[in-house]
Each structure stands twice: as structure tokens, then as C-alpha cells.
Ligand binder design. Structure first.
Ligand SMILES: Nc1nc2c(c(=O)[nH]1)N[C@H]1C(S)=C(S)[C@@H](COP(=O)(O)OP(=O)(O)OC[C@H]3O[C@@H](n4cnc5c(=O)[nH]c(N)nc54)[C@H](O)[C@@H]3O)O[C@H]1N2
Ligand SMILES: Nc1nc2c(c(=O)[nH]1)N[C@H]1C(S)=C(S)[C@@H](COP(=O)(O)OP(=O)(O)OC[C@H]3O[C@@H](n4cnc5c(=O)[nH]c(N)nc54)[C@H](O)[C@@H]3O)O[C@H]1N2
Ligand code: SF4
Ligand SMILES: [Mo]
Length: 910
């Protein structure tokens, strides 16, 4: 049966709605949901390719258990798995107390999943050791809002982007990290020529490229900058004294501090021109409406909370909040980071924005749950939790929907901690993440398109999602796994409460209980229900009983969520980054996201077209810095910090100031031969939010002399040679090299790519084994070239005149053009010999690669031109190729191409 189910994208916090098309129980397509308020039908490249990620290959299908370390895990049934887990947890709790176990969960869980995890730890076991990857992500935003506005609530909505006159984008790169928000920014710019955009980012990011003013500040100096902007606004009478008097407190104390931040001094600290600081201050201070968007550039800092507060101050001082187009809008990273915060899924929070430190709040939650008390002792926050695993203070950890063996800073310490733990449970959708290597018990979870629950996006908007298909194998919904475990644990611990604490037969029953905890709180959703969400569509909180719809903006009345209703200015001073660069490690390493990959790539790393924009993790640096190290773009470099060293390829970026480098966060041990960027980062945390400073580390970069290079390009076939099967095998080769990465490339019939380098050449016998692994050993179809003196050996396999694989060793230049002609099947049989030519130059007669016009659907100019020449209209193109039906940014060009074709046709008719 064919059907179409409304859902949301499981990637970023924009929270786009989509329609999942299924045929016979399989997902066959996705479309943007035209009725969803977040995206009105648009999707970005990642959302638009979600249906391509449902291949079962790497999914975890059955529980797996190893009873002893060193043994492989074996498949077990759910009963055996959960009974074992309950016995182990109970044993450890009995022997060492409830704080000897911990849960480490994720902003990618649904609200209901999150709720039961929290109740399991804080309600049943009696420990606050439940923290999440939101600690790496949004905890500084939470703390920043609470310190200033009194509650953890982004006061703005997406429509504010269209209504603002000044958009300050600080430490965020929405062009890649929140693309559909960025589409709104582009639309706003097109509709309002007076809109001014200021971007604060040490890099010239894709977002900075459209800025009127780009403040490329020295990393970690945001507080100085925002204090400096306030200094100028005060000097030029651009603050709103009436608003400050009526609705805030603490301004005088801050003004005293800010007096010490005149533009000249700020320019020095931040490495910015004084005039630019003044210009930005005037732009913000004189705007009719000023909006700021911010994310990890502010949060992931050892002073992340104050970064947030310093920015929010600008809005409070100018009264730019609570009105259309105005306010401090923290973009959430993960799809349900907000939902997690709502249920209190952090070690220092309780349900419905309550605080663990507040005895009344603890009593309220205990009453709601029907337990004698909620434990008082704060739980371990992410970084501390892993340190406690290492020291033995915490002995068992239950990890769900996150991959700490890649995403936490200082990986060698994290991996040692996982190794040291007595018992590690991993509740995952995929079998092959870096954390899986450490799990004693793996529990298969259903994932995108397969589960029910609610999510809250960046603008406080809640969507109810339902499954489109069943999960693979024996996978279960996350909440079901938790509830089943909780009941078993209760029995083993002889805790009769367990049954009454976890009575839920449906996901909806959990939602209804969560809803009740919000009564009278700032996020009151007592007016919501699944059926209301289904009939009215997604709703923003608060939506208390009796309200007709959710609230678009908060604090319109100037009354804040503090005891006296006044927002607070916080005393914020410039602080250096946790780790300073020095002569030994002179480069400041930044890290973050690429448009087409998601975190550890467990999902995006299965889709070839998502590698086409960025094939490899490149360390970008200023060309001068490269030159001084004898490096050119494409060379390999050793990047070392106090904690570790990795080898990566370098790229040249003239827009990056000297002394800075940038490395994407996505590649871990599944795609390269090291833990990636977090082998280098440090575990320093913010004193209020405990968020680690993932964005900054001091590193040394030097040339890696690995003269012998190897590249394998293999077109995927079927069965054993199917792309994902090949990729899995190629992965096993990674540890063998001083440098190596694997990936996919191309479109419908992708290539598997291995790139490696080594100090000396591998022997021919080992090359033969690698050829065999890639299915390139067939001598009958082989074309070879070897020059043993140069240690060059090349091999191409072309059965029936179609090139299906090339292995280049020693000299690998040809890969740069081969990968495109192979992916497009564009290599003429006569040109195949060029693949193994002594020097891999590009043959002159090669067709040029056709430019991609629609990135979301991955459709090239040549494909469109061919369709148009055959008489296609725009509507036909959209139907057949899906181009221009996702984010819509290529529509103007498509229309132009259609018009161009029409003109040409007219000419021929005449
Ligand atoms: N494609 C894609 N999109 C994603 C994700 C993904 O994995 N892939 N992940 C999602 C998640 S969970 C998150 S949290 C968001 C993150 O979204 P963003 O925070 O927007 O993305 P990042 O690339 O982490 O960092 C943003 C920018 O901060 C800058 N920066 C670094 N240091 C500083 C500094 O000291 N000051 C300032 N002002 N800026 C600095 C970086 O140069 C970078 O351009 O993205 C979400 N969206
Ligand atoms: N250096 C550096 N490090 C960073 C950052 C950075 O900017 N720089 N950013 C940080 C930030 S903001 C974040 S949010 C983290 C993200 O880091 P992680 O949370 O570790 O990243 P993911 O790869 O998204 O991990 C989610 C896991 O959940 C699995 N999964 C997917 N769906 C489901 C499901 O429905 N149920 C279950 N049980 N599992 C599922 C996926 O397969 C995946 O392995 O990384 C942080 N680390
Ligand atoms: S912007 Fe892209 S990744 Fe984010 S929710 Fe929308 S479609 Fe998904
Ligand atoms: Mo995040």
C-alpha cells in the first residue's frame, strides 16, 4: 500500500516538516511539508536525501551482549539483554549506591524518550547522573537565558527574520548548519534592501560571505566585542533608558564594566578595526528592530554562558526584545534539544524547567511522580561523568542516541574511561559508531521514520510525529526500551514503585504525564494533546489550557521570568580561551560543521551525494601559514595538541587569518584513521553551564612526510560489492596507514573511495590483497602499469569496456578527474588507458563535469539541458528530477534555463 506520512527531519533544530512517501512498507521518498510552519515545504540537502539513508546495511537489528571483556558480542533476545542489564545495574547500585551508575543521552531523542530516562534516573534509581550531549551543545544557551531573562526560553520565532532591520549572526553559520533558516535570511534580504547583516565569526564562513559587516574577531573574544558595542551605544545615546529602568536590573554595574571597553581597546583584544566596531554598534543601536541568531561559536566556550549573556545585554539595553523582528534567538542544534530541556534532561535540571538546586522544585517533582523525594546531589555533567567513569566513581553508563567516543573533547581520555567502565550499554540505531567498540550491551533502537513522539524545534514549536514504517529487525522505540528496563530493574531492586512509575502502554501516556508537569510553568502546555497537534498542526509553547494556539513571542509585556519580573544584566568581563597558543603550538584550531554531513556521519555517511561537496576532512589554513611550513593545498600535515595528534590533508583559505585553522567535526574513526578533531580538543568547561570549549585548541601543524600515496576508486556493484558493503570492508584498512580516509562519491551508482598515505610503499603482495578486497583482482579485465623504480603501480579494471575500478599506488594524480568520469560513467572506452598512464594527467578530450544546479536533488546542468531540449517544462522537470522542489534556491536559475530554451526553440521555429 502506498501512503504518505507527516513527520519531521531528524537533523537540525530548524525542525522542518516533511512527508515520507512509502510503498509496500518501504520509504521511497521525502518531500517538504508545505503546511509545516518551520519550512513551508522547503528542505535542505540533508533533509531532501533522508529517504536515501534508510538502507538497512549498518543498522543495529538485534540486541548484542558480551558477558566478558575481550569477547565478541553475541546476539541475544530482548529478555536476556534487559535482564542482564537490570542485574548488572542493580548489583552496582547495591554495592556502590545509586550515584555509581549514569545515563548519557541525547538531544536527538524524542521528548517522551527523554522524559522516561529522566524519571528512571531521578525517580526510580535516585541519582541525578543523567546528562546529555546537549551539554556539548546548548547548555551555555540555557545558562545564558536563565541568568538574564530568568528562564530557558528562546523568545523569538522564525518570522522575526522577515521583520528585522538588523540581523546580528554571532558564532553561527546557518548557511550550513540551519539551511532553511538561511533561506529565510536570503528571502528577507531580497525583500528588504535596507536589512543590514552583521556576522561575528573568526572565519569567513559561508554565512559571513553575505554579511554587510563581518567582524572576524580573534577566537574567544566575544565578550569584549559585545561589551564594546554596548560602550559605543552608550556613548552615542543608542540605549533605551526607559526600557532599562522599567524592565531590567543591574545595568549600572554593567555600565561601569563596559566603560572599560572603548572601541580602541576592544579592537586590540579582538583584532578588529575600531571603525568596524563603531559601525556595527550604530547599525544595531539605531535599527527599528534588531534580531540576533547565535549558536556554538558562543556556546562551546569556557566562558560560553557569559558570551550568551553579553549578547543578550545588547537586546535588553536597547529594548530590542518581545517585538516582531527583535530579540536574542539562540538557534538549537539538534532536532529536540529543546524537548530535552523541557523535561529537565540535564544533570542540574528537573521536569518543566525546574531547578534541581531548588528544594521546592524537587518537592514538586517528587509529588508529581509519587516518589518520596528526588535526590538533591547534583548529577555529573558530561565531561565530569566520563572522568568519573575513568576514576571508578561511576561504574556503569547507559548511553543512548549519541556517540561520545567521537563527540566529546579529549578523546584519548574518553576512550580510556569507556574502557575502564565496568559496564557500558549503548542504545543505538546503527551498529558501527565509534562508541559501539566499547559497548558490552548494544540495544537496537528504531529511528527516523519509524517512531512516534514529539519534538520541539528552535522556535518552541512542538510537532507530533508518527511512524511511516516499522523498524528493522527487533529494533524498539527508545521509550519502550527504557520502560521495559525500568520495570525489570525495579523488580531486581525490589522496588515496588517501578510498576506504578512506569505504567505507560503508549507514547501518548508519557506525553500526557509530561504535559501535567508543565502546569503553571513558563512552558505550560496543558492545552495541548496529540489529537490537537494532529488537527491544528505544530504549536509553539506556551499553550496553557484554554488557549486557542501557542505563543509566537515571549516577553512582549516586558515582564521576565525572574522573581521580580525584571531581566538581569550580568557582570561580564573578557576572558581568554582556556588554552592559549604559544611558540610550540601557535595555531588556534576551530571546528564545526559542513553543510552535507551530520555529526559522526552514522546516517549521512551512507549517502554518496552527501560527500560530493566535501569529500574529505580538510584542515583549512591561511596560505602564508601553509607556505611557512612547506605545505601546499592537498598536502598532508600532522596536527598536534597537548592531547593527541592526527594526520589530515590541508586546504588553503586566504580568508582565514594567519594563526587560525579550521577542521570539520564529522570524520571519526569510522571514516579516517584517527578519532578526528576531538583527539586534539581539551576538556575545559564553563563554570556555569559546564559546557566544554570544543571550539578552541592550541595546535602545532607541520608537514607529514608520507611520500607513498594510495587511492582506490571502486564503482559499487551488487551483493558483496554493493557500495555500503565495500565501504564497510574498506574501513578495515584504515588502521594500517599513517594517513587514511574512506568515503563515497557520486550519485545513483556511487564510488567507494579509499585515500591513504604512508612513509614507504606497501609490498605488491599487500596491494594484491587490497585489490582483492575491492574486487579488483580479476586479471582478465585488468589494465596495469608498474614502474618499480618509482614504486608506482596502477591497476584499472574494465570488464566489457566500462571502467569499474582503479587502484593507484605511488602516483595518484589521476584520481582528481577519474572520480567524476567514473561516477558519471563518462569515460569513453578509448580513454580507459589514461587511468593508468605513468603520470595521471587529465586527457584533453574529456567531457567537463557538468555543474550541479539543484544541490538538494543533485541534478546537473547537463541533465536539465537534455530534458529541456526534449521539450520538458519546469513542472515536468520538477516532477521527473525533483529539482527545485526542496529548498527552492535554484528556482530562479531553473526558470532562466527554461526561458533560455524557449527562446532557442522560438528561434528555430522562425
Ligand atoms: N550540516 C549540519 N548542520 C547541523 C549539524 C551538523 O552536524 N551538520 N549539527 C547541528 C547541531 S547539533 C548544532 S549544535 C548546530 C551548530 O551550528 P553552528 O554553531 O552554526 O555551527 P558550527 O559550525 O559548530 O559553528 C558556528 C561558527 O562558530 C564559529 N566560531 C568558532 N569560534 C568562535 C568564537 O570564538 N566566536 C564566534 N563568534 N564564533 C566562533 C565557527 O567559525 C563557525 O563558523 O548545527 C546543527 N546543524
Ligand atoms: N570538536 C567538536 N566537537 C563537537 C562539536 C563541535 O562543534 N566541535 N559539536 C558538539 C555538538 S554541538 C554536538 S550536538 C555533539 C553531537 O555528537 P553526537 O551526539 O555524538 O553525534 P551524533 O553522530 O549525532 O550521535 C547520535 C547517535 O544516535 C544514533 N541515532 C540516530 N537516531 C537514533 C534513535 O532514534 N535512537 C537511538 N537510540 N539512536 C539514534 C546515531 O546513529 C548516532 O550515532 O558533538 C559535539 N562535539
Ligand atoms: S534545515 Fe535541513 S537539516 Fe535542518 S531540519 Fe530542515 S531539512 Fe533538516
Ligand atoms: Mo549540537
Amino acid at each position: 500500500m502506498n501512503k504518505s506520512v507527516k513527520s519531521t527531519c531528524c537533523y537540525c533544530g530548524v525542525g522542518c516538516g516533511l512527508l515520507i512517501d512509502t510503498e509496500g512498507g518501504h520509504i521511497v521518498g521525502v518531500r517538504g511539508d508545505p503546511d509545516h510552519p518551520a519550512n513551508a515545504g522547503r528542505l535542505c540537502t540533508k533533509g531532501a536525501s533522508l529517504h536515501l539513508t534508510v538502507a538497512p546495511d549498518y543498522r543495529l537489528r538485534h540486541p548484542e551482549l558480551r558477558r566478558e571483556r575481550g569477547q565478541p558480542r553475541r546476539r541475544v533476545g530482548w529478555d536476556a539483554a534487559l535482564d542482564h542489564a537490570a542485574e548488572r545495574f542493580a548489583g552496582i547500585i547495591r554495592a556502590h549506591g545509586p550515584d555509581s551508575v549514569a545515563f548519557y543521552i541525547s538531544g536527538q531523542l524524542l521528548t517522551e524518550d527523554y522524559y522516561v530516562f529522566n524519571k528512571l534516573a531521578k525517580g526510580l534509581i535516585g541519582t541525578n547522573n543523567v546528562d546529555t550531549n546537549s551539554r556539548l551543545c546548548m547548555s551555555s544557551a540555557v545558562a545564558g537565558y536563565k541568568q538574564t531573562l530568568g528562564a530557558d526560553a528562546p523568545p523569538c520565532c522564525y518570522e522575526d527574520i522577515a521583520a528585522t532591520d538588523c540581523l546580528l549572526i554571532a558564532g553561527a553559520n546557518p548557511a550550513v548548519a540551519h539551511p532553511i533558516v538561511f533561506r529565510r535570511i536570503e528571502d528577507a534580504r531580497a525583500a528588504n534592501p535596507d536589512l543590514r547583516i552583521i556576522v561575528v565569526d573568526p572565519r569567513r564562513s559561508e554565512t559571513a560571505a553575505i554579511a554587510d559587516i563581518h567582524l572576524a574577531l580573534r577566537p574567544g573574544t566575544d565578550i569584549a566585542l559585545y561589551n564594546g558595542l554596548l560602550n559605543v551605544m552608550l556613548a552615542e545615546g543608542l540605549v533605551n533608558c526607559q526600557y532599562i529602568d522599567k524592565h531590567t536590573e543591574g545595568f549600572a554595574a554593567l555600565a561601569e564594566i563596559v566603560a572599560g571597553y572603548p572601541p580602541a581597546i576592544v579592537g586590540e583584544i579582538c583584532g578588529l578595526a575600531e571603525a568596524d566596531i563603531v559601525r556595527a554598534a550604530r547599525c544595531f543601536g539605531s535599527a527599528a528592530a534588531a534580531l540576533s541568531l547565535y549558536c556554538q561559536g558562543l556556546n562551546q566556550s569556557a566562558h560560553g554562558t557569559h558570551n550568551n549573556a553579553a549578547l543578550i545585554h545588547l537586546h535588553l539595553a536597547t529594548g530590542q526584545i518581545g517585538r516582531p523582528g527583535a530579540g536574542p534567538f539562540s538557534l538549537t542544534g539538534q532536532p529536540n534539544a529543546m524537548g530535552g530541556r523541557e523535561v529537565g534532561g540535564l544533570a542540574n535540571l528537573l521536569s518543566a524547567h525546574r531547578d534541581l538546586a531548588n528544594p521546592e522544585h524537587r518537592a514538586e517533582v517528587a509529588r508529581l511522580w509519587g516518589v518520596p523525594a528526588v535526590p538533591e546531589r547534583p548529577g555529573k555533567t558530561a565531561v565530569d561523568l566520563f572522568a568519573a567513569l575513568q576514576s571508578g566513581e561511576v561504574k556503569a553508563v547507559w548511553i543512548a542516541c549519541t556517540n561520545p567516543a567521537q563527540s566529546l573533547p579529549d578523546q584519548s581520555a574518553v576512550r580510556a574511561a569507556l574502557q575502564a567502565a565496568d559496564f557500558v550499554v549503548l542504545q543505538e540505531a546503527y551498529a558501527n559508531t565509534d562508541t559501539a567498540a566499547f559497548a558490552d550491551l548494544m540495544l537496537p533502537a528504531t529511528s527516523w521514520g519509524e517512531k512516534e513522539g514529539t519534538v520541539t524545534n528552535s522556535e518552541r514549536c512542538i510537532t507530533h510525529i508518527t511512524p511511516a514504517i516499522a523498524g528493522p529487525g527487533e529494533a524498539r522505540a527508545d521509550w519502550q526500551i527504557v520502560v521495559d528496563f525500568a520495570r525489570r530493574l525495579g523488580r531486581v531492586l525490589q522496588q515496588p514503585l517501578a510498576e506504578t512509575l512506569f505504567p505507560y502502554a503508549t507514547c501518548e501516556a508519557i506525553f500526557n504525564e509530561h504535559r501535567e508537569t508543565t502546569r503553571g510553568r513558563d512552558l505550560d502546555i496543558t492545552g495541548l494533546s496529540y489529537s490537537l497537534l494532529d488537527s491544528l498542526g505544530p504549536q509553539q509553547w506556551p499553550l496553557p489550557e484554554g488557549a486557542a494556539s501557542g505563543r509566537q513571542r515571549l516577553y512582549a509585556d516586558g515582564i521576565f521570568a525572574t522573581a521580580n519580573g525584571r531581566a538581569r544584566f550580568v557582570k561580564v568581563e573578557h576572558r581568554p580561551t582556556a588554552e592559549a597558543t604559544d611558540a610550540a603550538r601557535p595555531i588556534s584550531l576551530l571546528s564545526g560543521r559542513l553543510r552535507d554531513q551530520w555529526h559522526g556521519m552514522s546516517r549521512t555517511g551512507t549517502v554518496a551525494r552527501l560527500f560530493n561537496l566535501d569529500e574529505e576532512p580538510l584542515l583549512s589554513m591561511n596560505p602564508g601559514d601553509l607556505g611557512r611550513r612547506g605545505l601546499a593545498a592537498g598536502d598532508l600535515a600532522r596536527v598536534g595538541s597537548q592531547r593527541g595528534e592526527i594526520v589530515v590533508r590541508v586546504g588553503s583559505d586566504a580568508a582565514l587569518a594567519p594563526g587560525r585553522a579550521w577542521l570539520p567535526m564529522h570524520w571519526g574513526s569510522q571514516f579516517m584513521n584517527s578519532a578526528g578533531v576531538n583527539a586534539l580538543t581539551l576538556a575545559a568547561t564553563d563554570p556555569f553551564s559546564f559546557q566544554p570549549e570544543l571550539k578552541h585548541a592550541a595546535v602545532a601543524v607541520e608537514r607529514a612526510d608520507l611520500p607513498w600515496q594510495l587511492v582506490v576508486l571502486r564503482k559499487g556493484g551488487t551483493g558483496e560489492l554493493a557500495p555500503l558493503a565495500l565501504l564497510a570492508r574498506a574501513r578495515r584498512l584504515l588502521p594500517e596507514f599513517a594517513f587514511a580516509s574512506v568515503g563515497l562519491y557520486g550519485r545513483a551508482e556511487p564510488l567507494v573511495v579509499l585515500r591513504a598515505a604512508h612513509g614507504e610503499a606497501l609490498p605488491e603482495s599487500r596491494l594484491h590483497e587490497i585489490d582483492t578486497l575491492f574486487g579488483l583482482a580479476d586479471d582478465a579485465a585488468a589494465i596495469v602499469y608498474a614502474d618499480h623504480r618509482r614504486q608506482v603501480s596502477k591497476r584499472a579494471i574494465a570488464p566489457d569496456g566500462t571502467l569499474i575500478g582503479v587502484r593507484l599506488a605511488g602516483e595518484t594524480q589521476a584520481q582528481s578527474w577519474l572520480k567524476d568520469v567514473m561516477a558519471d560513467d563518462a569515460l569513453d572506452a578509448a580513454l580507459i588507458r589514461w587511468a593508468v598512464a605513468p603520470i595521471g594527467r587529465r586527457p584533453g578530450k574529456l567531457p567537463q563535469k557538468s555543474r550541479i544546479v539543484c544541490n538538494c536533488a543533485d541534478i546537473s546542468e547537463a541533465q536539465i539541458a537534455a530534458d529541456l531540449a526534449a521539450g520538458a517544462t519546469l513542472a515536468m522537470l520538477q516532477e521527473k528530477r525533483k529539482c527545485g522542489t526542496f529548498c527552492g534556491s535554484c528556482l530562479p536559475e531553473l526558470r532562466q534555463m527554461v526561458a533560455g530554451q524557449a527562446a532557442r526553440t522560438d528561434e528555430t521555429v522562425v
